[in-house]
Design a binder for this molecule. Structure first.
Ligand code: NAD
Ligand code: USQ
Length: 399
């Protein structure tokens, strides 16, 4: 089976490409290396020393004998090259990771908002257009986010994509309907993911494109068995205030005795999944495509939910670290409950890696080992959600 991995040089895409290659899938990576360029823009580096893509692929071949092809291509801008690649490679599936994925980065300025919208929406539309124009029966597997739902529920479990509703007509008749769960994005980045959903809905309805949308929670951890084969294969570990996600940030902060940066009261509850489970979920999604003619299949790709302050306490107790409760730079509910249905991936065979199994190992094996590479100045979250907060911040700096 041949799979094109769009965004295959990134945090989720790289270990997924190796995992699938190891299983015998024929893999083609497409990436414009924009994530590496954003590191240059922000003047930060992954905590782990990631090798150039050419070095990564050579090391993989040297270690396993398996060849992964690579094309440097901007899927949001270079439609003709994308179409030509699809026609030449004729993949059975395309996995789409290639979007700007950090909420704080998307909120930094108008330029960052516009880049995120242009990049993400054009990327998704282009790949769907190219699949249709190719005339090939390709299964598109997209990495969406739990954030499309917002994080509040009326006490119910968030269903896997679709919500049963009942409407009452003027004549009093009760009609049952199934609708996409109402979108409730919390950042410009999350908004692009809610719009991706409508692209999938439309191209599936109009052109019969087979789509699986994986609504993934926050990914934690770093490595998979494949990325551990050689230091040149190591996965990236983002810890900075824009790209670092909460649990990996806490693990790194604990490793360098930096007070854990809890936003507000830390009452935000979020969904989590280990990177080892991400790659397995993508495999399960590829191996179980929806039948031709079925609607978009949506799976909630998460294994646990946790409150941010509970995570901070867990990490602090494990490592003897301190917690700092900071003013929240984001515009989000200070406290929320979160209940999520995730039976469909479990039914396909996912066996979750839990926090209790992997947390301490991650602190020592990765965060501790590479802590010498950390730039402490890059830890604070400086991207503010509200414009007048920004004005205020500028004035404060000027004083
Ligand atoms: P990442 O930024 O590490 O990887 C994305 C990759 O896509 C990068 O290598 C980047 O260079 C590439 N890319 C971006 N725009 C491109 C374009 N126009 N053309 C070609 N390549 C392009 O992000 P990640 O953490 O690996 O996330 C991958 C996907 O998973 C994203 O869509 C993200 O929304 C989703 N996701 C991530 C997480 C998480 O915690 N990391 C959680 C839920 C969902
Ligand atoms: N937070 C802290 N301290 C920090 C960093 C974050 O308290 O140092 C808080 C944030 O305020 C937020 C929560 O932790 O309430 C999660 O923040 P995050 O940066 O870990 O995650 P988020 O911005 O939601 O984005 C990440 C990925 C994104 C993915 C999303 C899945 O970057 O690509 O879509 O997780 S989900 O959260 O389920 O929508």
């Amino acid at each position: 089976m041949k799979v094109i991995v769009l965004g295959g040089d990134g945090f989720c895409g790289w270990p997924t490409a190796l995992h699938l290659s190891n299983l015998g899938f024929e893999i083609v990576i497409v990436d414009n290396l924009s994530r590496r360029n954003i590191d240059n823009e922000l003047e930060v580096s992954s905590l782990t020393p990631i090798s150039p893509i050419g070095e990564r692929l050579k090391t993989w071949k040297d270690n396993t004998g398996k060849v992964i092809k690579f094309f440097n291509l901007d899927i949001a801008q270079e439609y003709d090259r994308l179409l030509a690649l699809i026609l030449a490679e004729k993949p059975d599936a395309v996995v789409h990771f290639a979007e700007q994925r950090a909420a704080p980065y998307s909120m930094k300025s108008s330029r960052h908002k516009r880049y995120t919208v242009n990049n993400n929406l054009n990327a998704t539309n282009n790949i769907l257009c190219a699949i249709v124009e190719s005339g090939l029966d390709i299964h598109l597997v997209h990495l969406g986010t739990m954030g499309v739902y917002g994080y509040g529920t009326a006490g119910m479990k968030i269903p896997e994509g679709y919500l049963d509703v009942e409407v009452v007509t003027d004549s009093g008749e009760r009609i049952q309907q199934e609708i996409l769960y109402p979108a409730n994005p919390g950042s410009i980045y999350h908004m692009t993911k809610t719009q991706d959903q409508l692209f999938f809905f439309y191209y599936n309805k109009n052109d019969g494109v087979k789509v699986t949308d994986l609504h993934q929670g926050i990914v934690w951890g770093t490595n998979t068995p494949e990325t551990l084969l050689d230091e040149n294969l190591i996965n990236r570990f983002d810890y900075d205030g824009d790209y670092g996600t909460v649990l990996n940030r806490f693990l790194m902060q604990a490793a360098i005795s930096y007070p854990l940066t809890v936003h507000g009261t830390g009452g935000q509850t979020r969904a989590f999944i280990h990177i080892k489970d991400t790659v397995r979920c993508v495999q399960l999604a590829i191996e179980n495509p929806p039948p031709k003619g079925d609607r978009v299949r949506i799976l909630n790709q998460m294994t646990e939910t946790h409150r941010v302050r509970d995570l901070a306490k867990m990490v602090a107790e494990m490592t003897g670290g301190e917690i700092a409760y900071l003013e929240n730079p984001r515009n989000e509910a200070p406290e929320n409950e979160l209940f999520v249905k995730n039976e469909r991936l479990l039914d396909l065979g996912l066996e979750p890696t839990t926090l209790s199994q992997g947390l301490l190992k991650e602190v020592t094996d990765v965060a501790g080992k590479y802590s010498y590479r950390c730039d402490r100045n890059k830890i604070p979250c400086t991207s503010l959600w509200i414009q007048n907060q920004k004005k205020h911040a500028k004035e404060t700096v000027l004083k």
